[in-house]
Every structure is written in structure tokens, then in C-alpha cells.
Design a protein around this ligand. Structure first.
Ligand code: SAH
Length: 287
């Protein structure tokens, strides 16, 4: 028997950090996200299922999630919308088609911006949907230059949510709505340590407690319209995602190797089982 046999370090989801925006950009520039454009037409967010009888596939449920955000944004034709954390541009294009609006999407990932602009051109939407590499912590837009804004599953990455929302509040008009879909920690009990936290190696997140959102909105100058816990409506997401990761094992292994793949799969499956991890819609309005 070998005395000092080294055991492989088990994959972990126990570390929390507030990563810098440039690191988030590098993360989304990774080749893994080229592969992931094959999932859900480039959508990079949870699925939304209306109830237990909703038989939507994961791809369809991601479209339903964007539809729910569009309903909350409720823009008029011709409005100009800021999409904070645009990903591959799929939600912006769904919005532009559904409501005949103009969308400016921002991302810290250069590859996403390039991909989004190419896809918008190919879809014939290049005249009213465009993407720019901009950090939401420091928006270069004029005061009141957007009718509404949204953030679909991007706030989780923002180290200072109040700073981002203060910036958004400045660049939107009076009356503008700002729906957010975001991962949060649920019902934190102040006396109890969490059983797990989200790892920086898993999704590069700095999550907020669910109860903190209204205060952050108000401190940024917004009136709160809604805080809805949709943990249940989004719960099937990780089943769909893990199934997709398994089905694309060979492509993942080509990019990140067998060990990298095993760790990635483990972390994603673990996220889906974390009792503290929840999901919300939070909608606010600039007075
Ligand atoms: N809304 C898209 C993408 C979600 S992925 C969708 O639903 O498909 C998260 C997105 O947030 C990525 O595009 C990432 O680049 C962006 N993001 C993260 N931090 C950011 C920051 N500080 N400024 C701008 N975009 C950011």
C-alpha cells in the first residue's frame, strides 16, 4: 500500500468571488461558448416553464423566458432598448422581431459582440439591432437616450449591481421599465452558513440575496414594480443543460480535455441541486 497516495482533488463549488468584468469577457470569449451557440439558437439563459404540465423543450423554454421578459418590458414600436449583457444577441433579435423596436446590446465579450452583429446582419435586422463591447459598470450613452432597458441573466456577473443600475437609470427616460431575470440566493438565514456557494470556475458569478433586489433598485433611483421568485418555473433548466452537455461530450473534450469536461459536467449538475440557488424576475421603473 502506498503511504502517501495522492487522491485527486474533488471538483468543488465552494468558492465565491466577485470577478472583474474583463475576466467575464475572457470567460465568454472561450471556445466552449462557440460550441454553445449550437444550444438554443445561441440563447444563454435558463428555460421558463409555465407549470408542471408545460411540455416545452429546453430550447422552447428559453424562448418562453425571453417572451416573459418582453411582456414585462412592454415597449412600443420604434422604442430604443438597451440590452445589458446581450450574449450572442438571440434575445435582442427575438425582442426586435416581436415588438418592432431598435435594440442596442452590450457585452464585455468581443467574440459575442462580433457574433451578435454578424447574426443580426444575416437575419436582416442589422438596421435596428446592434451590439457593442461595453462594460455596464460604466455606460458611455447620453442621459435619457433609451426608452427602456433590460438585463436577461447578466446581473449575476456584475460585481456592483447598484453601480450598474445607477448607470442604467441615467441613460433611460422617465417612465422607462427595467426587467431583470437573474440567479439569486434564496431565503438566506443570517445565522446559518450556506451549504454551498457558486464557484467562480463554474459561472463567474457574484450573486445577490433575493431580498436585496428591491433595496438595490431604490438606491439606484428606480421604483420597484415586481419581485417574483421563479425558481420553480425554471427548475428543469439543469436537466436540459446537463443532457445537452452529455450529448456533446466529444466536442467538449476536444476543447477542454477529459478532466476539464468531467469537472464542468460535475459543476453544472451540482448547480442544479443547490437548494440555495434560486431565480427571479425583478422589474423596476424610472419615476
Ligand atoms: N442575455 C443573454 C446573455 C446572458 S450571458 C442571453 O440571455 O442569452 C451573460 C452576459 O452578460 C454575457 O453577454 C456577458 O458578456 C454579459 N456581461 C457580464 N458582465 C458584464 C458587464 N460588466 N458589462 C456588460 N456585459 C456584461
Amino acid at each position: 500500500m502506498t503511504k502517501n497516495a495522492t487522491t485527486k482533488k474533488p471538483p468543488t463549488v465552494n468558492k465565491t468571488v466577485a470577478p472583474e468584468p474583463s475576466k467575464i469577457g475572457d470567460y465568454y470569449d472561450h471556445k466552449v461558448f462557440d460550441l454553445m451557440t449550437q444550444l438554443g439558437d445561441g440563447n444563454l439563459h435558463y428555460g421558463y416553464w409555465f407549470d408542471d404540465n408545460d411540455t416545452a423543450t429546453f430550447d422552447q423554454a428559453m424562448v418562453q423566458m425571453t417572451d416573459e421578459m418582453i411582456r414585462r418590458l412592454d415597449p412600443r414600436p420604434g422604442d430604443r432598448i438597451l440590452d445589458v449583457g446581450c450574449g450572442n444577441g438571440t434575445p435582442a433579435m427575438q425582442l426586435a422581431r416581436a415588438r418592432d423596436v431598435e435594440v442596442v446590446g452590450i457585452s464585455v465579450s468581443a467574440r459575442q459582440v462580433e457574433r451578435g452583429n454578424r447574426r443580426a446582419q444575416e437575419a436582416g435586422l442589422g438596421d435596428r439591432v446592434r451590439f457593442e463591447q461595453i462594460d455596464a459598470m460604466n455606460l458611455p450613452f447620453d442621459n435619457g437616450s433609451f426608452d427602456h432597458a433590460w438585463a436577461l441573466e447578466s446581473m449575476l456577473h456584475m460585481p456592483d449591481k447598484q453601480q450598474v443600475l445607477t448607470q442604467v437609470n441615467r441613460v433611460v427616460c422617465s417612465g422607462a421599465r427595467m426587467p431583470i431575470a437573474d440567479m439569486v440566493y434564496l431565503n438566506p438565514d443570517p445565522g446559518q452558513p450556506r451549504t454551498a456557494t457558486v464557484s467562480d470556475t463554474t459561472i463567474y458569478a457574484s450573486l445577490t440575496d433575493i431580498g436585496d433586489y428591491p433595496g438595490i433598485f431604490r438606491a439606484a433611483g428606480f421604483t420597484v414594480l415586481e419581485l417574483t421568485d421563479i425558481t420553480r418555473e425554471t427548475a428543469k433548466t439543469y436537466d436540459g443543460y446537463v443532457e445537452w452537455i452529455r450529448a456533446h461530450r466529444d466536442e467538449y473534450v476536444d476543447i477542454i480535455g477529459v478532466e476539464g469536461y468531467d469537472l464542468f459536467l460535475h459543476n453544472q449538475a451540482a448547480l442544479g441541486k443547490m437548494p440555495e440557488l434560486g431565480y427571479i424576475f425583478a422589474t423596476a421603473q424610472r419615476p
